[in-house]
Write a protein that binds this ligand. Structure first.
Ligand SMILES: [Zn+2]
Length: 456
């Protein structure tokens, strides 16, 4: 007999980290293959020890085990879940892990089952350990170390030493920020390759897109550096007048320079994390006063929202975000995104949460909408959050698909996401490390977080 899912089962699963994992049988679901775009209709998914043991046609049920949590998928659609591959985890410097733990639930409630944290802190290593040990519910997490930038890197040798120490401290990835000099970058890149640790980030001005690609950036964040690489050599970049990300210069781009950049990117196997929503919200012309009222803002501390408002208003007051300045730049980014995607450059789903008006979890759906508006197909969008990031980490045979032998991380939604992307916003349930979390539980966690941040 299968055990019926009861309140007791729920309590036992969610509140006892020491409980022996139970098998899970999810029946009556349609499985979306993100590899082929095909739909496997009316399947059952059997999960044991955090792995997918079998994906079976209806009626072909596996051998019953003693403890099985059985869930009726009710004709819903299962896909491998979403990745947020440019996340910033809150830092716990005073010992409180509340915000970290809350953001884990914000991700899960939105179907995000993997994150790549892009700015490291020692408290993130402890967080990852808790997640891996099952003491805390949350996405699987890759962690970048503290930033390499103009302040933290003082010379090439010191940069190389920083690579070594971050690897030893247990970080999975390195984050490059503006200000690193060309000769420093070369040495950092060599050290990173020797330590077998991927690195990515911004393209420092002194390095430029061509060297960044040659040095082996595994990912370039925000499609940084491409616009500068497309400017005619007669244009001089003056950061005091060119605006954030040099957005005032977008009208001077020479598209005939793009094929060479595309070829170099393909040759180097570089991935891009476009973060379209970051630009739409942080540097877009929709005012801060509109975004501050978005419903998901209630899941973060009021002080954080106020900081975002202040940051954006400062740019607004300086006239930097006037529609006539910004709209051409946003249009340029969408075109660039689509051209690079169509050329076959792998794109990572990434929203840069929590940056200005991008609330963890919720922001991934803004990114999805923008990728779709720019012209990417639904299947390709799902790949950016599954197969592509799995390949990025060199782990494509263990996650990113709903397939036998893969990690049991997936999401159940009502409609077919190949036809309806909005269905991704409200998961019926999420399976993470083999454990089922239903919509009621996800909602009650959201309600709890909302209460923690009630504004007076
Ligand atoms: Zn970032």
């Amino acid at each position: 007999m299968y055990l019926k899912l009861s309140i007791f089962t729920f309590l036992a699963i969610f509140f006892s980290p020491f409980l022996v994992a139970q098998d899970l049988l999810l029946t009556g679901v349609n499985v979306v293959s993100v590899e082929t775009g095909q739909l496997l209709e009316n399947r059952s998914i059997y999960v044991r020890d955090g792995k997918i043991k079998a994906v079976l046609p209806a009626g072909l049920l596996p051998q019953e085990s003693q403890k099985v949590v059985r869930i009726d998928g009710n004709g819903g659609f299962v896909f491998p879940g979403l990745a947020e591959f440019h996340a910033h985890l809150p830092v716990s410097s005073d010992g409180s892990t509340q915000l970290q733990e809350e953001s884990m639930w914000l991700y899960l409630a939105n179907g995000v089952v993997r994150i790549r944290s892009m700015l490291g802190h020692p408290s993130h290593i402890a967080l990852r350990e808790k997640l891996n040990a099952g003491q805390l519910m949350g996405p699987r997490t890759y962690i970048s170390g503290p930033s390499f930038n103009a302040n933290s890197v003082t010379d090439p040798a010191q940069g190389a030493a920083m690579v070594k120490s971050q690897k030893q401290e247990g970080y999975d990835h390195l984050k490059i920020h503006p200000g690193v000099l060309s000769d420093e970058m070369k040495v950092i890149a060599t050290a990173a390759k020797a330590e077998n640790i991927p690195f990515g980030g911004h393209v420092p001005l002194d390095v430029g897109i061509h060297q960044a690609l040659e040095d082996g950036f595994k990912s370039i964040e925000h499609m940084d550096g491409y616009m500068e690489g497309l400017l005619p050599s007669t244009v001089t970049i003056d950061p005091t007048t060119s605006g954030p990300f040099n957005l005032n210069l977008s009208s001077q781009v020479d598209w005939s320079k793009l094929p060479e950049l595309i070829q170099k990117t393909l040759d180097q196997g570089t991935y891009l994390a476009p973060t379209l929503t970051l630009f739409d919200r942080y540097f877009g012309y929709i005012p801060a006063d509109t975004f501050r009222l978005a419903p998901e803002m209630k899941y973060l501390p009021g002080m954080q929202i106020q900081q975002w408002v202040n940051t954006k208003k400062q740019l607004e007051r300086a006239g930097m975000l006037d529609k006539e300045k910004v709209a051409p730049y946003l249009a340029f980014r969408r075109k660039l995104f689509l051209e690079l995607h169509r050329a076959g450059i792998p794109m990572l789903m990434a929203s840069d949460s929590p940056q200005v008006f991008n609330v963890p979890g919720f922001s991934i759906h803004h990114e999805i909408a923008l990728m779709s508006e720019a012209g990417m197909s639904n299947l390709e969008i799902l790949k950016t959050g599954s197969i592509v990031p799995a390949k990025y980490m060199g782990t494509e045979s263990s996650w990113g698909q709903v397939k036998e032998g893969f990690d049991a991380d997936f999401v159940l939604v009502e409609n077919n996401p190949l036809l309806d992307l909005k269905t991704l916003q409200k998961p019926v349930g999420v399976v993470i490390r083999g454990q089922w979390i239903g919509r009621e539980e996800l909602q009650s966690q959201l309600d709890r977080i909302e209460k923690n941040h009630l504004r007076n």
